[in-house]
Design a protein around this ligand. Structure first.
Ligand SMILES: Cc1ncc(COP(=O)(O)O)c(C=O)c1O
Length: 398
């Protein structure tokens, strides 16, 4: 048994992975099965309501999924967790667990595009009302709140502006009104920030990103109090069916074992990258919460692991959409694609990709200039990444 107060690094390696009782296998086996055979004794126990440790059907639970849930719960400091098929499944289930027809969801207009579409299109078709505020200030929230507001939904780090809200203020505001807070902690991970310790009710992750960290699966996780997670598990999870494949749970478990090592490197690389390009003649601006003059620097210092500011950096190239595109097209190491949090450095252009459907003036108001390039720093040697961007930027001069 791992000591209860073991360090993050120890929990990352050991939590959820007691050696297999029957075989002694050190690494949690992958249980590739859709159903489980009952013995008469097991069936009697099950029918009497004693379901502890009994597996019945893969849509309900799977031992590899259980192991993953234990590890991520230990890392987030959460009483309970549920691993699901994608980040969007985690967002959907967490919100749906709080609302009924006629209720209202309050969020910020910069939330992840999929979440924005879920709230504004899908949920509204089912009679769930919503408001998006431009800034999560007390005044804006007071103006937008309604008698049937049930959820305040926000993200630790907004994308791609990398703004960090004052989370304790949001929690205080919501608690005073009996509103459930749900945070998407994908960009930070529990290594940088553990929202439940600051009073947030529910944490979700797209484990597709840093949690798994290797870019080889889609997954999600919901963390919170046991009654909240139990209600999802025995209700909408069971009936909607967004079950994670056992193999994906195994890969995520393996990925989590190095979360602390990867995050440290992502953050160190991001800091070096941000500092280097802050003083570059072809770069108008660098957005990174680790820079002392960044608007979110104080909140990053207040909430994040001391000295670390995340693995995402945005650079605004001098020029417009075309110039940013030319830089991207000339990169040799960094890959041009959506997603983030992989071992490989990934870049995307918000104005043409993630935020391409938003009008340019609206984008500017959101803090997203046309020539912004979002960079998810990988764990490569940072000198190579900086040199890659240097040579791509120099092409603008020719
Ligand atoms: C912050 C954030 N939350 C949620 C999601 C959705 O996750 P998934 O793609 O795993 O469904 C994403 C995907 O990019 C994301 O960036």
């Amino acid at each position: 048994m791992i000591p209860e107060h073991a360090a993050f690094e120890t929990l990352a390696v050991h939590a959820g992975q007691e050696p297999d009782e029957e075989t002694g296998a050190l690494v949690a086996p992958v249980f590739m099965t859709s159903t489980y055979v009952f013995t008469p004794e097991k069936m009697d126990r099950y029918l009497s309501g004693d379901k502890e440790g009994i597996f019945t059907y893969g849509r309900s639970r799977n031992p590899t999924q259980n192991a993953l849930q234990q590890k991520i719960a230990a890392l987030e400091g959460a009483p309970a967790s549920l691993a699901v098929a994608s980040g969007m499944a985690a967002v959907s289930l967490a919100i749906l667990n709080c609302v009924h027809h006629g209720d209202h969801v309050l969020s910020c207009h910069t939330v992840y595009g999929g979440t924005h579409a879920l709230i504004s299109k899908v949920l509204s078709e089912f009679g769930i009302d919503h408001s998006f505020v431009e800034e999560m200030t007390e005044e804006a929230l007071n103006r937008a709140v309604k008698p049937r507001t049930k959820v305040l939904y926000f993200e630790t780090v907004y994308n791609p502006t990398l703004a960090i809200p004052d989370i304790e203020l949001l929690v205080r505001w919501a608690k005073a009104k009996g509103i459930t807070t749900i945070i998407d902690n994908t960009f930070a991970t529990p290594w940088l920030f553990r929202p439940l310790e600051h009073g947030v009710d529910v944490v979700i992750h797209s484990s597709t990103k840093y949690i798994n960290g290797h870019g080889d699966l889609i997954g999600g996780v919901i963390l919170g109090q046991a009654d909240f997670i139990d209600k999802i598990r025995s209700g909408i999870y069971q009936e909607l069916g967004p079950v994670p494949a056992p193999m994906n749970c195994y890969l995520t478990l393996r990925g989590l074992k190095t979360l602390h090592l990867r995050m440290r490197q992502h953050c160190e690389n991001a800091m070096a990258f941000a500092e280097h390009f802050s003083a570059h003649p072809l770069v108008e601006k660098v957005v990174y919460p680790g820079l002392p003059d960044d608007p979110s620097h104080e909140n990053a210092k207040k909430y994040f692991r001391p000295g670390f500011y995340g693995g995402m950096v945005c650079i605004v190239v001098k020029g417009g959409i075309k110039e940013a595109q030319r830089v991207i097209d000339n990169l040799h190491i960094a890959h041009y694609c959506v997603s983030l949090g992989d071992l490989d450095t990934l870049v995307e252009q918000p104005a043409t990709m993630t935020h391409g459907k938003i009008a340019p003036e609206e984008r500017l108001r959101m803090g997203i200039p046309d020539s912004m390039i979002r960079v998810s720093l990988g764990v490569e040697e940072i000198g190579d990444i900086i040199a890659d961007f240097e040579q791509a930027l120099r092409r603008l001069e020719g």
